[in-house]
Design a protein around this ligand. Structure first.
Ligand SMILES: *Cc1c(COP(=O)(O)O)cnc(C)c1O
Length: 223
């Protein structure tokens, strides 16, 4: 196994975020780094927490449930984001585990989350995921359905904080980032979760408030 220095990587990513923000004439503090820890165990995650990082992302409810409750026992100020697809039957687990759910993408899920929140009293912030590339296999609502879904989520009582997208792997991401920013603007939403290891600087230039970075911090994933 190659040595991965998580603390060094984290520092480098934070420096690049600061540089990209500066270049875009934005405050560094206006961009939140969501460190995506999927497939990595606590041993790999701890150096990031020890270095002072507090905001993390996972893409599966079950995997998050196996790692994060123990870490939260040790640190009470962690903020956990769900960045992966969510099934309606896991809504209760999701609202109790996560502080932010970034993958709200259909009316049935909005309803399931509203019920889960009423039942548990947990009210995570939500991002609406938009499938900006209109890719068949990808999660997210179609851009043309976004306004209705945002309105529906708001009227169901969800705390809609912004939008999230994952552009197609084989396309230049800029047009996807600006499409997402436009939908957010016309709906009065401030949060924009966009940009991953390969393109977070570009996303910041387009207004990202949250960048989701895994590989550049924790190294490559096996699965
Ligand atoms: C895995 C994942 C990321 C992080 O991707 P990297 O390329 O490893 O930085 C970001 N967003 C989502 C939704 C993911 O599933």
């Amino acid at each position: 196994m190659s040595a991965v220095n998580v603390a060094d990587n984290l520092e480098a990513v934070q420096a690049e975020i600061a540089a990209a923000a500066r270049q875009a004439r934005r405050r560094t503090g206006s961009v939140t780094l969501v460190a995506v820890t999927k497939t990595h165990d606590a041993h790999r995650i701890r150096p990031a927490i020890d270095a002072g990082h507090r905001v993390f992302g996972e893409n599966r409810v079950q995997e998050a449930a196996s790692k994060w409750p123990a870490l939260r026992q040790e640190w009470d100020d962690l903020e956990l984001h769900l960045v992966g697809a969510l099934q309606t039957n896991k809504a209760v687990d999701a609202v109790t585990l996560f502080d932010v759910i970034e993958s709200v993408d259909r009316p049935r899920l909005v309803n399931a989350l509203a019920k889960a929140m009423a039942r548990t009293g947990c009210r995570p912030k939500c991002f609406i995921q938009v499938n900006t590339g209109e890719e068949e296999q990808k999660a997210g609502c179609l851009p043309g359905d976004a306004d209705d879904l945002i309105a529906g989520a708001r009227s169901a009582g969800l705390d809609v904080a912004g939008l999230m997208c994952i552009p197609p792997f084989d396309e230049e991401p800029s047009s996807h980032f600006s499409l997402l920013a436009g939908i957010a603007r016309r709906n009065g939403l401030e949060g924009l979760s966009m940009g991953m290891s390969a393109d977070y600087a570009t996303a910041i230039a387009h207004g990202a408030t949250h960048v989701r970075v895994g590989t550049a911090i924790f190294g490559s994933r096996r699965s």
